[in-house]
Each structure stands twice: as C-alpha cells, then as structure tokens.
Design a protein around this ligand. Structure first.
Ligand SMILES: *Cc1c(COP(=O)(O)O)cnc(C)c1O
Length: 514
C-alpha cells in the first residue's frame, strides 16, 4: 500500500490514452500476432454437423470471430495486471457512503460454487430444484422477519429495479381501489437519485420535500403537499445524512391519513439489523440491496439483487412467481391474478441470493445485531475524530454513515472530489463526494463494521495529512491523483461517449485524452 507518496505536482495526471487503466501496457488486441495460441480445447465429442443443424442458418456465424491471438502467459499477465489497477474492497479500505462497500466473506463464494448450485438449470422441474427453492423461500422469510414485512419477491436485480417494482405495485394497488388518479410521488431532497428517477420513469410526477435545519424531513412541508393526488412517499431511514428520521411515526400518519403509501428505500439497512424494522415503522413497501447490507459483491463485482417486501395489503401485487411452501414441498406460485407480472427472467440472480442466505444463516439474529452495532460504532468513531477538522453541518450521533464538508478548502481551490482523488494516492478509496446534495462539498463516509480500529485510525491520519497538504501545498491536492494510471477523466464525456470497443480506439481517438 502507498502510505506516503512523493508528490509530483507537475506530472501529467492522465495516462494519455482514453480508456485509462491500460495505458501502461497495450490492449490485448495490440498484443495479438497471427498464429499465436493459448488455448488447448479437448477434441469435440459430437459431430459438427448435428450441432450446426440445431442453430438456424440465419443465426450462424459466416466469418470466424475476430479474437486476439496471444499465448496463455501473455493473456494471464494482461488480465492480472489490469486487475491490479482496480480499487476494490479486497485490496483497499473503501469508505463509500450510501453504497456500503463491506467485506464479502469468501465462504459465500465456496457455497455458491458448490456443484449442486453451480450446475442448476433454471428450467429444471420443481421436483429437481427443491433445494434452491427452499433457499429462496427461507431467504424471503428471513428478510420478512428482519424488516417486519409480510412477503418478499427476490426477483429485482438491483436497488433501482426494486424501486421500479415498488412503483408498479403502488400504481396497481391504487388502481385496484379506484384511485388511479394519484400521480405524485414525494421524495425528500436528501434522497438517493434513483428514487426520483424510478418514480419518474414509471410516469409519476416527482415532488421534492425539503429537509429541516436538523437534516430531517420537514414535517410541515410534507403535510402541506399531502393530498389525494399523492401515490406514495419514498423515504430512506436512516436518511442519506446517516440520521434517523425521529418523526417517522408522524410522517407515517401524515401519509396514510391521505391514503398514500410509504415506501422504504432499504438499500442501506446496515444500521438497523435486528434493532428496528421498517414494517413496524409503518412502511408498506421495502426494497433491500443484498449487495450492500448483505455482503454480496457490488458494482463491477456484481450482479446485484434488490428484493422487495410488502405488507399484507400489497402482497397480491407482487411479481409472479412467488416461492411458497405447500406441506413439505416448495413451489412457484403463479396463481396471483392481480400480480404486476414477471419482473425478470427466471427467478433473480440466484448465485447472489445464495450468498446472502449464507450470510444470514452464518450470523443468525445475534450476529446481525452485532453487525449493525459495530457499523454504527465505527461510523461514530470516525465522526468524532474528523468533525471539526472538516466541518460537519449535522454533527450529532449518527447511524452507519455521516457527512462531512470540504467548504473550508474552497478558498484554496480544493473541492470534495480533490480530497477523494488524493485519498487514492494514499491507497484509500474515495468516500462518496458531492452527495447528498443538501450538504455543499459533501464527503459521505461509511466505514462499515468489517474494518479494524487500525484501519480507521490510518484513515483519520491520512484525512488530517491531506488537510495539512491543503494548507501548505494546495496544488498537490488539487492535481491529485499522482500515482494512478488515469487522473481526472471527463466524467461527462466518459458517460455520454463511452469507448467500449477496441475498434473505436483506432486512429485519432487512440491518442485522445479523456
Ligand atoms: C445504492 C442505493 C440505491 C440504488 O441501488 P442500486 O442497486 O445501485 O440500483 C438506492 N437507494 C440508496 C439509498 C442507495 O444507497
């Protein structure tokens, strides 16, 4: 790990080649040389003709695939070297607020790759899939217990997908009661961006509710917009400032009194496991991110899973099929006439669901309580150590995360993002920056329960060191990172005009800097 990088304020901050991370070496295609070979496939055991017959001519390849020709050692080195350029939770401390990058226990990988799971086929008959159906069923029941909800679907493949599922059920529910005219979805101004996006994507009009001075939903403002046009309020509790919405019961009353639903964004349940249940707070729909709270791999290491739980009144609208238990047998229940339909092929990201199941079974309720206890403890430890050196506009007991600000460095031309980049030089992943929007120059920090005191102390030390650098040599912080193959890419261009293919890199573009 780099602990004390020599600053190179004048060195270029970018590797030069668009597509970063590969600038040191070449692209695999550039290493290709006709005739080189690295794969030794076994003899084909079936006649070529029969195989070809089973694929319609229109779908058969006319030309052979254009693949790089390299030897096995070249291939291995290429990918191992690429992988070493990654920041991952297995290589670096990763205090990314709201995204809960906690350690993914390796026992989960062992279990998920057992032959009995790895070789399952989704079209296998139910009689031959009782084991996995039992896991689906028990995982759904465990999540229902943990959240206080009535029934769960495991189909959604991400948090945002769960939100979409929730919006679909919200509309189905209101329509079933002859209240299809409800067209507004309320979200607090501190909400995660996917909340308004999911609501808008499903045709709802989004209304933002301001936060009060204490970083909570402004109850008065909420009461003012509540009407019979409101379909639901989407809420995160603890909110994205890491603060518990202490008025939650009053919020519930304001929402339910007008016939609207209460949606719980439970992407980050890490502060509440075994302590407080959204169902008991009065929520009607809940989504969870297994790839956050329940330690399944995240982001590029995905795929994810965003199971959705509902109260009894909403259960008839769950996507089909729902896994149910009939006597000693587990089965897919398609007999749900008011279901919103199928949300995903087959039954969700099975390998991920297995990992989350293992996590819950390994820890049990007591272990899960300890997870949340330690996550909150670690967050408050860092909050105490860093608030002051960095302004904290809501400096009070926090849940699993807290938000600092870098406004005091603006006069030096340093922004929250620069601090994030400088942390990378020190071998620490950036916290979430510039979110939530209610805190200017936000640095949102979530250490999680899986980090040791030594790691947390090291993080504090580095954060204070960066502050000192900001005073003494601000350009070092402004121009960071200095130790990585790619520096400050143009994030807008990277998103709008991503270069996804080797062919796009040919010619002039190969030299273009991002
Ligand atoms: C991560 C997150 C989401 C979205 O989850 P994805 O799996 O990324 O779609 C929604 N809400 C909150 C609060 C989150 O942190």
């Amino acid at each position: 790990m780099t602990t004390d990088p020599a600053p190179h304020p004048t060195s270029p901050t970018c590797g030069g080649r668009r597509g970063g991370g590969v600038s040191e070496g070449q692209l695999l295609f550039e290493k290709s040389k006709s005739g080189k070979e690295g794969a030794f496939l076994p003899e084909r055991k079936f006649p070529k003709e029969n195989f070809a017959d089973s694929i319609p001519t229109s779908l058969q390849r006319k030309l052979s695939a254009e693949l790089p020709e390299v030897t096995e050692p070249e291939l291995i080195r290429h990918f191992v070297n690429l992988s070493k350029k990654n920041f991952a939770v297995d290589t670096h401390f990763y205090p990314l607020g709201s995204c809960t990058m906690k350690y993914n226990p390796k026992i989960h990988e062992d279990v998920a790759s057992l032959d009995g799971f790895a070789y399952l086929h989704p079209l296998q008959p139910e009689e031959a899939s009782q084991g996995i159906l039992r896991i689906f069923y028990e995982l759904g029941r465990s999540l229902a217990e943990l959240t206080g909800m009535y029934e769960f679907t495991l189909q959604p493949a991400a948090g945002a997908h769960g939100e979409l599922c929730g919006m679909m059920m919200t509309r189905a529910y209101h329509e079933s009661r002859g209240e299809g005219k409800r067209n507004l979805v309320l979200v607090p101004d501190s909400s995660h961006g996917t909340n308004p996006a999911s609501a808008a994507q499903y045709g709802y009009q989004v209304v933002q509710i301001p936060s009060d001075a204490k970083g909570r939903v402004d109850l008065k403002a909420l009461e003012q917009v509540m009407s019979d046009r409101v379909a639901c309020l989407m809420l995160t509790n603890p909110n994205t400032l890491g603060l518990f919405e202490t008025d939650i019961l009053k919020i519930r009353e304001a929402v339910h009194k007008k016939g609207a639903l209460l949606y719980y964004d439970g992407a980050n349940l890490n502060a509440l496991l075994g302590a407080v249940r959204p169902g008991d707070m009065g929520f009607d729909i809940v989504h969870l991110n297994l790839h956050k709270t329940f330690t399944t791999p995240h982001g590029g290491g995905g795929p994810g899973a965003g199971p959705v739980g509902v109260s009894k009144a909403l259960a008839p609208f769950l996507p089909v099929p729902v896994v149910v238990k009939k006597g000693e047998r587990y089965t897919f229940d398609y007999d749900r006439p008011t279901s919103i339909g199928k949300l995903r092929s087959f039954y969700g990201n099975t390998g991920i669901l297995i990992r989350a199941y293992v996590y819950i079974r390994m820890l049990g309720l007591e272990g899960l309580k300890r997870v949340s206890h330690d996550a909150v403890l670690n967050a408050n430890y860092l909050r105490k150590k860093l608030s002051g050196a960095y302004p904290n506009p809501h400096n009070e007991f926090c849940m699993h995360e807290f938000v600092l600000s870098a406004t005091h460095l603006e006069s030096k031309g340093i922004h929250a993002g620069d601090i994030g980049k400088r942390l990378l030089d020190y071998g620490i992943h950036a916290p979430t920056v510039h979110f939530p929007l209610v805190v200017p120059e936000a640095l949102m920090i979530e250490p999680t329960e899986t980090e040791s005191k030594e790691t947390l102390d090291h993080f504090v030390e580095v954060m204070l060191k960066i502050l000192k650098e900001a005073e003494e040599t601000p350009e070092v912080v402004r121009n960071a990172p200095h130790t990585l193959p790619i520096g400050k890419p143009d994030e807008v261009q990277a998103a709008r005009k991503p270069i996804l293919s080797f062919h796009d890199l040919k010619g002039d573009q190969a030299q273009a800097t991002p």
